[in-house]
Design a binder for this molecule. Structure first.
Ligand code: PLP
Length: 387
């Protein structure tokens, strides 16, 4: 496969071909769904294709893992049953009881819940930093800090963290830098090349891209860490099933073209919202007024498909906007071809209520899909009228 990576360097080509040589048994041009739990052995321990049991390894999952490693420019990719399963495996690999992790003050609510309600019970210490501010992260680092965890762009406030700057902080502190790249996808941003140690994905989102699969992934650049993660992946067992792995592989093939359209539509919507009288604030890193705009321009190819905004009139007005859209579907999740709208405070981030990660009650989050930009703008304009 490294041969394939050497000869196909551009992202679009890797997305379609990395890990996906024609099936040796049939010549099928896409990897088949190897819906199988175990493999015939030629005598005890004589493994024909290197596979013995599908928790430990499965050819369809293997194709996805190879593909993910290529797209993120990593040494090894690992595919999981969900983004949270990937995060759980990572935290239990990187951190022991008594060790500490710095987490961002703007992150997916489930990530916060994992640290505050699960990891803490097992003795893992955590504290919150404003990761857009390097000094805030430096101040949060302790002697026992083993990981600095970042989401950029963040969920749901679209905050931007300078990955290169935090990689320096992590290196100086002997900690590993973890970047959740779910919002950007590797088409827009490649954290390992910027100095991060681990990339996390909810492949449920842009990688899958069609709102039809739940999955997660980790990609790393160090072989030793890759081995430790692979050991835990197998020992804990929350692996991606063959059909789910196949769906993500299929989604990834069109990632580049989908992301271009997501970004173009989101940019138009952010501009419209900025000028709208019912909107008090717009969060989109593509806007020159966004405090992270310059950093985003430096480390991202474009600014993504997620837009958040605050509605004049508080929580009730924000909820009304969510109820009124016709094309934007009210629902959790993001990154699919269809546009979604949600109220983070009452939906995806309800678990962060009362914490440092609590979100404003008048906030609305959009996952801008790849429908016609004109139709999307019209839908939002009618939903915001006299709200
Ligand atoms: N990371 C981010 C940024 C997310 O938005 C999500 C889910 O919304 C996750 C991780 C968790 O992924 P999953 O829902 O696939 O478990």
């Amino acid at each position: 496969m490294s041969e394939q990576r050497d000869s196909y360097k551009s992202f679009e080509t890797l997305a379609i071909h990395a890990g996906q040589t024609a099936d040796p048994a049939t010549g099928a041009v896409v990897p088949p769904i190897y819906q199988v739990s175990t493999y015939k052995q030629d005598g005890v321990g004589g493994l024909r294709g290197g596979y013995e049991y599908s928790r430990s390894g499965n050819p369809t999952r293997g194709a996805l893992e190879e593909n993910l490693a290529a797209l993120e420019g990593g040494r090894r990719g690992l595919a999981f049953a969900s983004g949270m399963a990937a995060e759980d495996c990572l935290l239990r690999t990187l951190l022991k009881p008594g060790e500490h992790v710095v987490i961002p003050d703007d992150a997916y609510g489930g990530t916060f819940r994992l640290f505050s309600k699960v990891a803490e019970r097992w003795g893992v210490e955590w504290s919150v930093a404003h990761t857009s501010d390097v000094a805030s992260v430096r101040a949060a680092v302790r002697e026992n800090t083993k990981a600095i965890w970042v989401e950029t762009p963040s969920n749901p406030l679209l905050g931007i963290t300078d990955i290169g700057a935090l990689a320096d902080v992590a290196r100086e502190s002997g900690a590993r830098l973890v970047v959740d790249n779910t919002f950007a996808s590797p088409y827009l941003q490649q954290p390992l090349a910027l100095g991060a140690d681990v990339v996390v994905h909810s492949t449920t989102k842009y990688m899958g891209g069609h709102s039809d699969v739940v999955g997660g992934a980790l990609v790393v650049r160090e072989e030793e860490l890759a081995e430790q993660l692979a050991f835990h992946q197998n020992a804990m067992g929350a692996v991606a099933g063959p059909f789910d792995a196949w769906l993500v592989l299929r989604g990834v093939k069109t990632l580049a073209v989908r992301m271009e359209r997501h970004c173009a539509n989101a940019s138009r919507i952010a501009q419209m919202l900025t000028a709208h009288p019912q909107v008090t604030e717009v969060y989109y890193p593509g806007l020159p007024s966004h405090p992270g705009h310059e950093t985003a321009a430096k480390q991202m190819r474009a600014f993504g498909g997620m837009v958040s905004f605050r509605v004049r009139g508080g929580e009730q007005a924000a909820v009304r906007v969510c109820d009124r859209t016709r094309l934007f579907t009210l629902g959790e999740s993001l990154g699919g071809v269809e546009s979604l709208i949600e109220h983070p405070g009452l939906m995806t981030h309800a678990s962060a209520a009362g914490s440092a990660l609590e979100v404003p009650e008048d906030l609305v989050r959009l996952s801008v899909g790849i429908e016609s930009g004109d139709d999307l703008l019209a839908d939002l304009q009618q939903a915001l009228a006299d709200v």
